[in-house]
Structure formats: C-alpha cells, structure tokens
Design a protein around this ligand. Sequence first.
Ligand SMILES: [Zn+2]
Ligand SMILES: [Zn+2]
Length: 606
Amino acid sequence: MDSVTIFYSQENGGIIANMNEEKLSAIRHSLAHLLATAVLEKYPDTKLAIGPVIENGFYYDFEFPAGVSITPEDLKEFQKRMKKLTNKEEPFVGREISLKEAREMFAGQPYKLELIDEFSKEGQTLTAYTNGNFVDLCRGGHVNSTKELNPDAFALTHTAGAYWRGNEKNKMLTRIYGLAFETREELDAYIAHQEEAKKRDHRKLGRELDLFTFSDLVGPGLPLFTPKGTAMRDAIIEKIHGMQKKFGYHNVSIPHITKKELYETSGHWEKFGDELFKVKGASDTEFVMKPMNCPHHTQIYASRPRSYRDLPIRYTEATAVYRDEQAGELLGLSRVRSITQDDGHIFCTIDQIEQETENIISVIREFYESLGMWSTEGSWVSLSVRDLETPEKYLGDSTHWDMAEEILEKVAQNESVPYKRVSGEAAFYGPKLDFMFKDALGRERQLATIQLDFVMPTRFSLEYTDEQGKRQTPVMIHRAIAGSLERFLAVIIEHFAGAFPLWLSPLQVKVLSIGAAHKEYAAKVCAALRETDIRAELDDSDETLGKKIRNVKLEKVPYFIVIGDQEMADEQITVESRDQRKIGMMTVDEFIRNMKAEIAGKSKQW
Ligand SMILES: [Zn+2]
Ligand SMILES: [Zn+2]
C-alpha cells in the first residue's frame, strides 16, 4: 500500500454536527466576547489577546495580572457572570474606527495594538464591536443581542497555556475554553459523548487491558506490543490472509532499510524527503528507513521476465514503515512513527483491474462484516478522483486517469454500500476507493483503501510480454484492508470499548478453579484448549471465585470456565460468557467445537 494518503489521514474522525453552522458560529463568537467581558469585570487589568470560534465552542486567550492563576472556581464564576449577561438585552453594535481612534481605544491592550498595526498595514478596515461596556477589536459575526444566547447551552470547560501567536518565543497566555450549542440538549449530548469517548480512549484501555506500551528509552511514537496486543495483531493479519488466500496472494518479505535511490526513482524522496528517517552505516551509501513498501515490491516483480500468462501477480506483507512524524503530532496508536501496514500490491493488465478490484472489495466486506462494521447506514465508499482544475498535482497520462476513474466508478456502483465521487482526493499517481466506517460513537473512520497506479510501474520500467510478444507496462493496484495496524487497533479498541469479538480477543477463555483440589483438572482443561490454538489462560490463584469472575469481566474476556467438584466428577466444564450469561455444563470437546464455530463466523450449537 502506498501511503501517500495515510501520511495525512492517520488521524480521522470527529463528531458530525448537523446544526446551522453560521448561526452556531455567531453564538460561539458572541460568547467569546461575553467571556472577555466577564473576565474584565473580575480582573480589569487583564490583557486580551484573541477569542476565535472553534469546533464545538470557542476560546479566548488572556494575560492575567501577575500572581493571578485561574482555578476551576474562577471558571465557575466567569460562567455565572456570562449567564447574567445573557439575561440583559444588550445589542452587539459595531462601527468602523480609524487607526488613531483604535490606538486610543485599546491603549492599555498591547496584543490588540499589535493586531491593529498589522491590520492597518495590510490595508484592512478596523472595526470595533460593543456589548454593554465591553469593546473588542473584531470583524463581526455576532448574534443581535446578548439575550439571544441560551444561558443553559454553554459551559466553560478548562484552561490551557498558549503562546501568543503560537510562537514559543512569545509570552505564555492563559486560554479559557468553552463549549457552546443552540440548546441545552445538544450541550448535554456533546458532554455525554465526550465522556464516553474518554472511557473508550484507546490509550487508557490499551493500558488497562495490557495491549501495548511506550518506553522513554525506545522513543516517542514507537509502540511496543505486549503478548496480548501482539495476539490481536496476529489475529488481524491471519484473518486477512485467510480471506484473500483464494484470490492467489503470495507473502513476500523485504528489508527495513533501503538505499535512498529507490525512493528517488519512485518519487517519494522528492515528495516526502523530510519525513524519512535517514540511516548512515560505515560506507558512503545513504540509506533510509522504508516509508513504504511499494517500491520494494516492484523490485521483486522486476527480478524476472514476466509474461501476460503470469499476471496478475499479487504480493502481500504485513510490515512496518517509518515516518518521522513531529513529536507534537504523535497520539497513542493513532499517530505513530513505526506503522505496520497490512500491505498488498497487484501487478496486472488493464483488463484485469475490474476483477482484481472486486476481489479486494469482497475481502474488505468479509473482514468488516466479521467485525460487524459493514453496514449500509454507517459505511460508504469515497471514489477519490483527481481535481480537473489542478492537473499539475497528478502524474501520468490523462487517458489512463479517465479509464481508471471509470473502472473504479463501475466497481463502486456494483457495491452494496453507497459511494460518493470526491474530487481532489486522488493520490498523485491514481484514483482510489477509500472505505469509510462509522464507529460506535458515530465518528467516521477511513480504514481500507484500493488505489490504482499507472505511474510507479512506468518509473520502475516494469514490463510484461503480451500475447503478440510486445512489451507492455503493467498496472499496479495498492490495497490495504485494515490500513495501518496501529491506527486500526486504536479505532477498534474504541469502537468495542475493549470487548472484542471472539476471533479478535487477545484472551478468548479463562479457566477458573474454585479450590485447591480443582487446580490440576483446571490446568488440564486450559492445556487442552491451548492445544487447539484457543487463547486460554488459567487462574488457579487462591482468590475467591467471586474475585476471579470480577477480574475476568474487567479484562472483558469473552468466555470463562469454572471448575469445581461437580465438573471434576462429571469430567465436564461450566461455561459462562462475558455478557453474564451462564451457558451451562458441557465437555471440553463440545466447548472447543463451539468456539471454533464462532471464531470462523459460523453458528454455535448452544
Ligand atoms: Zn503501495
Ligand atoms: Zn466579535
């Protein structure tokens, strides 16, 4: 998978607001004025910086008088004062002011003066807006009167340090954040959504469920996967490999460092040089950590003469690529520096594109169905095509582009989920189908992708001999089913809140012995499960059964088995499931049969 897109889309999502954006923006902007009004009422010597509208609310940056630090109590007080102001009928009135007038009006406000000078140098008209006694330098966009602001639909949430103009050489200001909506219901819903998101945060759950860790000694953005996290990664890769086996994929394996010439030829060096990790050995040769796998796979293709009879050739590999992301942009598993891609490349003729693409889609569908995420409500396909207004952004000849876009559109039309044509979202080398899914919190996530590429095969002079014995250039299809494993894990940890489907659960069964006399039989049961590749663990500690069961539930293990006198006497096991359902007694063989059925997506017999 070439990751030109994934370079920029590791992080994705956000709640979709369906309100009147313009009105909301006026509300939020007006509330920023009210916040500054309230702050000046309490601390008249505060210096005001800026107070813009942001997603879901607003903020305002302040330099508070020396010795004043803002506490949650202050926020409560500011909020109370703001609410009082919304009870008054004070209009927002604006007027143009001259440079001289502006300088006088904001004489005690150094940040405003800086902006005034800057705006006037740029030839901008200066305007000031008043509500009550408060005046701010502002371009407008308010509600008519403070009375229009719903006192129950906003809340000041927290403060943060922020440098003036985002420059760390400048003074650190205090930023006060607020949420704001039209109605109280919207505010409450948003806060509830945020709380749920916090509970599901993959960084928190990753720690609690012991899935991955970071070490200062290893470095930021370089996750280490524990045995449990690795079990999940292996399960994902195995699942995908199993599903695409019938389509004739072959595993390949490539090194992680490469001469930079490979990426000069592919064009990535020029486009992404800054994001590459450079490696220097004893020789003069310059190496890089691979930022993508496609160029390597072209070299496996190019290692032998190819005939039309050999095509399509399909290579697949789950392997890490490395990108020097800014430390400030790293975020749990969502944005990392070592990115494992479930990568795949197909080399084929133009006539084979349609069938190959359909085969990939069938794997994508089967994979996301196994997660319960393929639905006609939440899922859609972005047919990401080029922007005809900016042809210079794309490589390759336009008849190929037309054809490729047409083929992808045809394939998308045959799919059961809706598709949208999105102009300007194509990769520089070809159009794509990007698969979008909605997670349990309604956040849109882009995961799988299929990309057509006429450019890289040309750059690497790839060839095959056609029926007439003539040399032709193959087409390359890049595909990823899960995308990057790190980002995929971040998404599904949050989607399932850690309670994964059986096939994906790091631990599938826990065997609990009730007393000392049952330890040996419990260990035997656990060993029998492991022998059939079921991920099982034994808890034969001296804790009470109640405590053991509570632990299993915290770990969100799908099934647990209880072993006591009765079970030993009957040579059976008692099975219970994560959702507190007691399933009953059965033999170990019967349990294994049912587990295998569920893992394979077939129905169980209990
Ligand atoms: Zn690729
Ligand atoms: Zn304003």
